[in-house]
Write a protein that binds this ligand. Structure first.
Ligand code: SAJ
Length: 442
């Protein structure tokens, strides 16, 4: 019986190991590049022919990976990309970085992980390390992934090695990239942990071993539930301050002067993105199967998802103060990406704000320097309008939903009639001619 553990460690040490990456998106592509730059041959597999074609042409669809880097690594023969999984057979280690979305009922959609794991089990045999990186409910690695290898007569920890290591990619972050973000790893067995740790140590500065895949799965869920709950707290504080006639931004900024025991979060029109609105629901779902209700997650989600309604109510009040109704009004939404200075609109609360305003009969236009156009769920297509004094003056109300840094807020308040500011983006303007309505009374 070969000693697969020793073989794997030896191939890692002399860099003859071949690394497979399944899923070449904002997590998988940077990881593949790090391994290739560390001197390993990397086999990239993705089901999207468009993704593979663009990478093969030396283009990168991922914010933090330069197309030239991809082209160089492919030209050097260090990185191959394909929609054919056969190349995975050569891999000694395979990382899975595929989506884990929610279905409409907010239950996990594990179909991508299921399909990827089946593909790997079909093409990779004894001696392989498999690491799941996709954010998922605790127990996935042991309950969903492990049986697929055991059913093929392989013993995990002896013939194959299995671990979970949460992705911590923060797209567009200028300071933290894959290489310098600590990597948590949890193995099914001690040997699994040992080989997975050895693998990541080749291209990531800090590896953080934990005692099980469940611990590693929960680390990720804690990190992002922490954000969701704290954002929910400050969003509720915005509602509280609005009822009390207090400026919530002043309260938060003053609280943030506390040098210990406080961490600043800011209220807004709700939460977007593919992490924070979704990840906590993986934990909530798992705990429901164990007859436990994760109340913090549910309450935070309830508050965060009601913020678009709260914003639209502020718009209605602002128009009403000018003896206008929402119905028939012309409203300009500023910023539709899910957070500032990025081009991602997934789960953006702006989509809810637009839908709710249109539902009340408003004519809604938007401007976003990062999002040229988008389509609503009902198929209604929107294209970003130019931000000009005439466009601002022509709107009955302007709603700042995403506070991109490149927008000239002084110009906005100099030409708009009413500005509903959900992000405190107008905090530093001077002598505004527009009436500014803050998220909380000010
Ligand atoms: N948001 C607020 N108030 C806040 C912070 C965020 O309303 O104080 C909103 C944002 O506008 C956005 C949503 O919440 O709509 C999520 O924002 P985020 O800053 O959490 O950004 P994400 O979704 O890109 O989260 C990612 C996560 N990274 C990973 O999952 C690997 C998260 O763990 C990071 O902490 C976060 O980036 C980050 O710090 O930028």
């Amino acid at each position: 019986m070969p000693d697969y553990r020793a073989q794997f460690l030896s191939r890692i040490d002399d860099r003859t190991a071949v690394i497979g990456v399944v899923g070449l998106g904002y997590v998988g592509l940077p990881l593949a590049v790090e391994f290739a730059e560390a001197g390993f041959r990397v086999v990239g597999y993705d089901v999207s022919q468009r993704t593979v074609d663009r990478l093969t042409a030396g283009e990168s669809h991922v914010l933090d990976v330069a197309g030239a880097t991809v082209a160089r690594l492919i030209a050097d023969g260090r990185f191959t990309v394909s929609t054919d999984p056969a190349g995975l057979a050569a891999a000694d280690a395979v990382s899975i970085a595929v989506p884990t979305p929610l279905v409409k009922t907010r239950d996990p959609d594990m179909s991508y992980v299921d399909r990827a794991t089946n593909t790997i089990a079909d093409h990779c045999g004894a001696g392989t390390l498999v690491v799941l990186e996709s954010t998922t409910y605790p127990g996935t690695t042991r309950e969903l992934v492990q049986p697929k290898f055991e059913r093929r007569g392989l013993t995990v920890g002896v013939d194959v090695f299995l671990a979970f290591s949460p992705e911590r990619v923060d797209p567009g972050n200028p300071h933290y990239r894959t290489k310098n973000t600590p990597k948590v790893v949890g193995g099914i067995t001690p040997a699994c942990l040992e080989v997975a740790t050895a693998l990541y140590a080749q291209c990531i500065d800090t590896v953080v071993p934990v005692s099980s895949p469940e611990a590693a799965e929960l680390v990720k869920l804690l990190e992002n539930t922490f954000r969701s709950v704290n954002i929910g707290l400050v969003n509720e504080m915005a509602i509280v301050c609005d009822r009390l006639g207090v400026n919530v931004w002043e309260v938060i900024d003053a609280a943030a002067t506390k040098p210990f025991g406080f961490m600043k979060f800011t209220p807004g029109p709700g939460i977007g993105g593919h992490c924070i609105p979704l990840d906590p629901h993986y934990l909530a779902w798992k705990m429901r199967t164990l007859n436990y209700r994760t109340r913090f997650i549910d309450v935070a989600s309830e508050i965060n998802s009601q913020m678009p309604d709260f914003v639209v109510e502020k718009v209605a009040q602002a128009l009403n103060d000018a003896r206008q109704s929402v119905n028939g009004s012309h409203i300009l939404v500023l910023g539709v990406a899910y957070k500032k200075d990025i081009d991602d609109i997934r789960e953006s609360p702006a989509l809810d704000v637009v839908r709710l305003l249109e539902g009340r009969g408003a004519h809604v236009a938007y401007h976003d320097p990062f999002i040229v156009r988008f389509e609503e769920e009902d198929g209604h297509d929107h294209a970003s309008v130019a931000l000009t004094p005439a466009v601002l003056a022509g709107a009955d109300a302007v709603v700042i939903v995403t506070d991109h840094s490149s927008i000239d807020y002084q110009m906005v308040v100099d030409h708009a009639r009413v500005v509903v500011d959900t992000r405190n983006a107008t905090a530093r303007v001077t002598h505004p001619t527009a009436r500014i309505v803050s998220l909380s009374a000010s």
